[in-house]
Ligand binder design. Structure first.
Ligand code: ADP
Ligand code: MG
Length: 212
C-alpha cells in the first residue's frame, strides 16, 4: 500500500468507502502530509495553494474523531467569507455521508439571526462560519463552544488580512484549552505564525510546496 492511500490511515471502513464513492482514490500532497499528524491529535499549521484539498485534510480528521451520538458542537471551522463557509460546509456534508446523522450548521453574517439561533437551539455536531457572526452569537450567549474538540482556522491568511484577529481571539478563548487546533492557509506570511502562536500548542508545520 502506498503512503498516499487513504487506507494507510487509521480510518473507519465506512469513512474509507465514502471517500472511494466520492472519487477520492488517493490523498493529495497536503492531505498526505497533514492527515497522519492531525489524526494523532497534534496541532497543525499547514500551507498549500488553493485547490489542493485542504478542506478534506481537516474534514476527514474532524469526522474521524466525531461522536455522532453526542449532539454537541464538537468541531468549529472559521472561514473568512460566507461563500467559503458554504463551500466548506457542503464538502463536510459530502464527507460525512458515511454516517446518517451528522449535522453541519453554517453561521455567517448577512443572514438573519433568528433562524440561526433556532438551529443552534436544535443543535449541531459541526459549526462552520465567519468570525464576526460566531463572535456575535457568543456575545448573545446563543452558542456554547465548551464542547469543541477541534478548532479549524481555514484560510487564516485571508482572515488576518480582513482584520478578524480580535474576533478570532474571542472565539478561541471561548473554546476549551484542551482541544486540537488546525490552521490552514494558502500563503504563509510570517504574520500567520505570529498571530496564531497564542492559539497553537507545539504545532507541526507543513508546507505542500516550497515557497520562494
Ligand atoms: P482548497 O481548500 O485547498 O482550496 P478544496 O478543499 O476546496 O481545496 O478542494 C479542491 C477540490 O478537490 C474539491 O473539489 C474537492 O472535492 C477535491 N478533492 C479534495 N481531495 C481530493 C482527493 N483526495 N481526491 C480527489 N479530489 C479531491
Ligand atoms: Mg479551502
Amino acid at each position: 500500500m502506498n503512503n498516499t492511500a487513504f487506507a494507510s490511515l487509521p480510518l473507519a471502513p465506512t469513512l474509507l468507502a465514502n471517500l472511494e464513492s466520492l472519487g477520492y482514490h488517493e490523498m493529495t500532497p497536503i492531505q498526505a502530509q497533514t492527515l497522519p499528524v492531525a489524526l494523532e491529535g497534534r496541532d497543525l499549521i499547514a500551507q498549500a495553494k488553493t485547490g489542493s484539498g485542504k478542506t478534506a485534510a481537516f474534514g476527514i480528521s474532524i469526522l474521524s474523531k466525531l461522536n455522532p451520538t453526542w449532539f454537541a458542537i464538537q468541531a468549529l471551522v472559521m472561514c473568512p467569507t460566507r461563500e467559503l463557509a458554504d463551500q466548506v460546509a457542503n464538502e463536510l456534508r459530502r464527507l460525512a455521508r458515511f454516517a446518517d446523522n451528522i449535522k453541519v450548521l453554517t453561521l455567517c453574517g448577512g443572514a438573519p439571526m433568528r433562524p440561526q439561533i433556532a438551529s443552534l437551539e436544535h443543535g449541531a455536531h459541526i459549526v462552520v462560519g465567519t468570525p464576526g457572526r460566531i463572535r456575535d452569537h457568543l456575545g448573545r450567549g446563543t452558542i456554547n463552544l465548551a464542547t469543541v474538540q477541534t478548532l479549524v482556522l481555514d484560510e487564516a491568511d485571508r482572515m488576518v488580512d480582513m482584520g478578524f484577529q480580535e474576533e478570532i481571539a474571542g472565539i478561541v478563548s471561548a473554546c476549551p484549552a484542551r482541544r486540537q487546533t488546525l490552521l490552514f492557509s494558502a500563503t504563509y506570511p510570517d504574520d500567520i505564525r505570529k498571530v496564531s502562536s497564542p492559539f497553537l500548542r507545539d504545532p507541526v508545520e507543513v508546507s505542500a510546496e516550497v515557497q520562494h
